[in-house]
Write a protein that binds this ligand. Sequence first.
Ligand code: SAM
Ligand code: SF4
Length: 438
Amino acid sequence: MNEKFLFIETFGCQMNVNDSERIVTMMADLGYAPTVTPSDADMILLNTCSVRGGAEEKVYKRLSHLRSLKKTKNSLILGVGGCVAQQEGEQLLAKFPWLDLVFGTHNLHLLPDMVRGAEYGERRCETTFIDNEQRLDLFPPVKGASRLSRFVTVMQGCDNYCSYCIVPYVRGREISRRSADILDEVRRLADDGVQEVVLLGQNVNSYGLKSAGEPDFARLISMIAGVEGIRRIRFTTSHPKDMSDELIACFADLPKLCGQIHLPAQSGSDTVLSRMNRGYSRAAYLDRIGALNRARPGIAVTGDMIVGFPGESEEDFGQTLSLMEEVRYADLFSFVYSPRPGTKAADLPEELSRERKLERLERLQELQRRITREINESYLGTLQAVMVEGEGKRPGQVSGRADSGRIVNFSGDPALIGSFVTVRVVAAYQNSLLGELQ
Ligand code: SAM
Ligand code: SF4
């Protein structure tokens, strides 16, 4: 059999990155090897995101560009999966006649069959929602672990219905994977040499709460910490309203759990938080941050913030800036509010101009750059345990992550890749640290 090639482009969050890894595994079984060059590919799949309008537009642009490639290579199979596929379904096939496949967020398991049909010219769309436990049995496995750090999905979907967010509509009901399946996957990864697992879900800290007989998230982490060979555990994303005392205690009790947490606030204003339907107040959020700092002093907190939510006043925005000063985020992902079809907030009147929103975003990002720089500088002279993951940007350097998640580059032999070393921080930059091997 001639070797065929798959080019897959992933947009959006880590959930999509993890789904793409599953797709690569399935396509390898069909004889498609991954390529990084679209023009070499026999199949191009776009794994898409629709969380903001901009992300969706990018997918349409890419699809338009791919038309010329399809013209020069008629046998090329083009497919779209993920959140835009779920949202638009059949309409995508109608709008882009050169597109062959559309597969929704619950239909990954159908992809091999769809691809076999597409090899004989069949165009097909599958976007049926599977909003029950059966979804778990259809979740394809990921294989081919050779990296040090891997994602492990622990739950899918989201029931929170934040008023701005499209995720519950395109990813479906929140369902926790069975702990036995998760532990099996982690053990398999550890056997393959993986040393760090990043537990994934839209709302990981509500793991197990709706599944009889399953552990809660704190207990799940303790179980994973017991897997031999796994040296580091991280997780993302947590919701402040589900940040239990038991989970916070894990940061004090489990050395394998890294000192880093992504805990998005979205806004620092109680009025806006309530209109966003986030289910916590500013004070409750700060209470959780205080408890985390007591459990693991120096814990690196990262977050997400939305600027220009409908009705956000200058005072509300000021509350967001002051929350950032209080929390002192190590890093912050910030977005201009983007109305999404079908969400509650899409019906709210928008008073702010695009210019005002962008001006607020710029102020917020400038503040965050200062805080990140100050935090990075606070590491100067400290010793950091670094998991060496690859070659650095400069010749002769290797690169890895500290417990806090910070990237650390240092002069070292590539033979160090895969090991844990101690490094002294000698310089701090905006996005990384420079170290010296001890
Ligand atoms: N489940 C996670 C949570 O609750 O934090 C993250 C979900 S979402 C994929 C990632 C981030 O996108 C959110 O935290 C939010 O800041 C941002 N986001 C979601 N909907 C948005 C919208 N309509 N406009 C702008 N940003 C949005
Ligand atoms: Fe979206 Fe809110 Fe669910 Fe996060 S918790 S995915 S922001 S609805």
